[in-house]
Design a protein around this ligand. Structure first.
Ligand SMILES: C[S@@+](CC[C@H](N)C(=O)[O-])C[C@H]1O[C@@H](n2cnc3c(N)ncnc32)[C@H](O)[C@@H]1O
Length: 242
């Protein structure tokens, strides 16, 4: 594995999805807990069809598994990595969904909302790749994707309020060494280099401020992991109830 951080925030996933899959398999990023929240929110729609857009979907393995017992009729997947998008598309096509795949940057994709809006907009472990002003733009444009009654599920990196970005990255680097034993030294280095170049976590008040400034309701904190790395926020466009 070459450990250079690459040219963009998707590069590490393009080159070594297998290393990322270790995080999922070992639940080091709490995929079980955070996707249980996705299932919980999606399950509230008592409808015979559910539509979802997944920004930074990767291979959408967790999204598909979380929604496996729900009547998903339409899936829109956004990612920069074509091979991952293909897998994501296959998972939903094989269950009869209408599938749209957008090989695009998060920001450019979100600026072009679909003619038919969706019930759920999921962004799982992707928006932290954007800088603050870009996050703000992402959330501003994302409102136009939702049907009335629709929800945003934001799963992302959360710093302690007292953490600087540097402290978060250092804490995570210690966690990688101490707890992620199934990673090779090269894989750990790859993760550290990617995070150093492309990961911009925020504290809860800042995530909340970014959302509200972009026209969303004050988000509900649905999950926060005990190590203090991740969160799930649920919100809806301002004026609707969460
Ligand atoms: C950490 S993975 C998350 C995958 C999946 N959502 C999950 O919950 O496990 C981040 C995904 O976002 C994609 N990605 C990162 N930066 C992106 C960008 N600027 N535009 C589009 N996709 C991006 C990566 O290719 C990768 O598939």
């Amino acid at each position: 594995v070459s450990t250079s951080p690459g040219t963009d925030s998707a590069d590490v996933f393009r080159r070594s999805w297998r290393a990322y899959e270790k995080f999922v398999t070992h639940n080091w990023m709490c995929h079980r807990e955070v996707y249980a929240e996705v299932r919980r929110v999606a399950g509230r729609y008592q409808k015979d069809s559910l539509t979802i857009a997944d920004f930074g979907c990767g291979d959408a393995a967790c999204t598909a598994a979380a929604l496996s017992d729900l009547p998903v009729s339409r899936f829109i997947g956004v990612d920069r990595v074509p091979a991952l998008l293909d897998s994501a598309g296959e998972r939903f096509r094989s269950r009869g969904c209408n599938v749209t795949l957008l090989e695009a940057d998060l920001l450019s994709a979100v600026s072009q909302p679909p003619a038919e809006k969706v019930d759920l907009l999921l962004a799982a472990f992707s928006v932290h790749h954007l800088r603050s002003a870009e996050k703000q733009q992402f959330f501003t444009d994302a409102r136009a994707w939702l049907k009335p009654g629709g929800r945003l599920v934001l799963i992302d990196l959360l710093t302690h309020s007292s953490d600087s970005r540097r402290q978060y990255l250092d804490r995570f680097a210690r966690f990688l060494v101490r707890d992620c034993r199934a990673m090779s030294p090269d894989e750990r280095q790859l993760v550290r280099d990617h995070m150093q170049s492309f990961d911009f976590p925020e504290p809860l008040p800042e995530w909340s401020r970014l959302l509200q400034t972009a026209g969303w309701n004050a988000p509900r904190l649905a999950f926060r992991d005990r190590r203090g790395f991740y969160m799930v926020l649920i919100s809806a466009p301002a004026g609707s109830s969460v």
